[in-house]
Structure formats: C-alpha cells, structure tokens
Design a protein around this ligand. Structure first.
Ligand SMILES: C[S@@+](CC[C@H](N)C(=O)[O-])C[C@H]1O[C@@H](n2cnc3c(N)ncnc32)[C@H](O)[C@@H]1O
Length: 257
C-alpha cells in the first residue's frame, strides 16, 4: 500500500458506514446490485471495486466466486473491510490507493465497478473525471466492463439536499445529519458536512464530522467521458434496472472496452 494518499474524506465515518445509511445500502438494495453486476460479467471474472468502502459489494461478489480487488483511498474503510473479512475467514487483495494517482494497475481486470456516488466523490471536477476514465480504461482487458452507479442530479435538487437518520443498534443510537454548506451552480458541486453522533442511554459517547465535496455528474457528461475515453458500447439504466429516464433517481452505466 502506498502512503501518498491525497484525501481521506471519509475516514471518520468508516466504522458507521454500514449502520447509518440503510436507506441507500440495505441488504435488499445491495443484493439487487450484486445480482445486476453478476448478470453483466462472466463467472469468476477479476473485478476492481473502486472506492470499495467497507466491502458492501466486494464481499458478496467474492462469495459468489468472483476474484475481487478492493481499492480505496481511505485507510479506515479498508480496515473495516479487513475486519469483516477476518470475521468471515476470507481474504481479498486490498489496495490502499487513490484511483486518480494509482500506477499499480496493469491491463488486468475483466470488470471495474464503482457504486453509490463514489464517482461523484472521486471526480470532483472535469479533469478528475477524465483521469478516472483513462485510468479505469487502461486497467481493463479488451472487452472488459465498467459498471458505474451515481444519483441522477436531474431527479432532485442538489442545492437543497439533506439527509437525517436515527438508527438503534445494540443499545446504541446513531444520529446522522448531512447538511449542505455550499452549492456551486457553475461547477455543479456541493460541499456538505456529515455528522454522526453515537449515544448510549441519551448520553453522547462518540461523534464524528467530515466535509464532503461532490460533483453531481449528469447522464450526458458521463456518456461523453465514456465515448472520449474509448469505451465502445454504453448501456444506461435508471430505477429498478429499467431503461434510464430523466426522472430516474438512479443513473447506472455499463460500458465495454
Ligand atoms: C460513498 S462510499 C461508497 C463505498 C462503496 N462503493 C459502497 O457502495 O458501499 C465512497 C468511497 O469512495 C472512496 N474514495 C473517495 N475518493 C477516492 C479516490 N480518489 N480513490 C479511491 N477511493 C476513493 C471513499 O474513501 C469511500 O470509501
């Protein structure tokens, strides 16, 4: 693992990621995503999971016989993933790397996946978007696929987006708030703050806070990047894995090298 990691935006929330965002990442949603990924690639494919986080997709894909490499620029995410692998008696190759500066990848993968707005976080401006696509393209074998999932910013207003959840788990209460600090209409970026407060019997036992910069990539922009990077074929899905519509909350791309 290299030490030169540019940003660790999400380091604070790693230990809580699996608990507090169930609305987006619960078992039913994750199983459907894993089914979809498995339906698009050959059995036992070698998959690069970019921004793998705590292994929401990496672990179930590995259990289904795929050879998964998890890549993330946040050490705490990989440590949480490693803890889960140890519990299950599993091993996976994990790369502590920033995908935008990573030189360690050869033309070795049958597929790359990038889920749950990781792309919006990684590619916070146009130049980073181009670098991401060039790096992923180079890491894929001919015929390899990139499966990328983000939110469709035309289906909601990023300039007013907020999130709140309260989750009870094992005698603890997790209160999560995502609030917007700044919206840049020209760059289509938001800077937001995520705050998680953990309470036991009403008393705060831990709290963490992180700022996140996200660029809200639109369908046409990603499709354009895909073509310019050399991907030959592009399918675009929306909600429930049906064809994409302007009103879809989800934007899901499957592109082939
Ligand atoms: C919202 S989480 C998604 C985690 C996982 N893909 C999932 O669906 O559960 C975004 C992840 O992207 C990672 N990340 C952000 N920028 C990155 C970069 N430049 N290179 C690699 N990983 C990055 C973060 O550390 C975080 O784990």
């Amino acid at each position: 693992m290299t030490q030169a990691i540019a940003m660790e935006q999400a380091k604070n929330s790693a230990e809580f990621l699996d608990i507090v965002y169930g609305e987006y990442t619960n078992r039913e949603i994750t199983n459907a995503e894993v089914d979809f990924i498995a339906s698009k690639i050959r059995k036992r494919s070698r998959i690069l999971d970019i921004g793998c986080g705590t292994g929401r997709h990496a672990i179930p894909l590995a259990k289904r016989g795929f050879e998964v490499v998890g890549l993330d620029s946040t050490k705490a995410m990989l440590e949480e993933l490693k803890r889960k692998l140890d519990c299950d008696g599993m091993k996976l190759d994990l790369l502590y790397e920033d995908i935008l500066t990573c030189n360690a990848l050869g033309e070795e993968f049958d597929a790359a996946i990038c889920f749950w707005n990781s792309f919006d976080q990684i590619a916070a401006d146009d130049a980073k978007g181009r670098t991401f696509f060039q790096t992923v393209y180079r890491s894929l074998k001919d015929g390899g696929k990139l499966i990328l999932e983000i939110s469709n910013p035309k289906s909601f207003d990023p300039s007013t987006f907020s999130y709140q959840s309260t989750v009870e788990r094992n005698g603890l209460t997790y209160e999560t708030t995502y609030s917007l600090k700044n919206y840049d209409r020209v760059k289509k970026t938001t800077m937001g703050n995520e705050r998680i407060v953990v309470k036991k019997e009403g008393v705060t036992v831990k709290q963490v806070s992180s700022d996140f910069l996200l660029k809200w990539w639109e369908m046409e922009e990603v499709a354009d990047l895909s073509r310019r990077s050399g991907f030959k074929h592009l399918d675009i899905y929306g909600d429930d894995y049906a064809a994409f519509k302007e009103t879809s909350d989800t934007l899901l791309f499957v592109m082939t090298k």
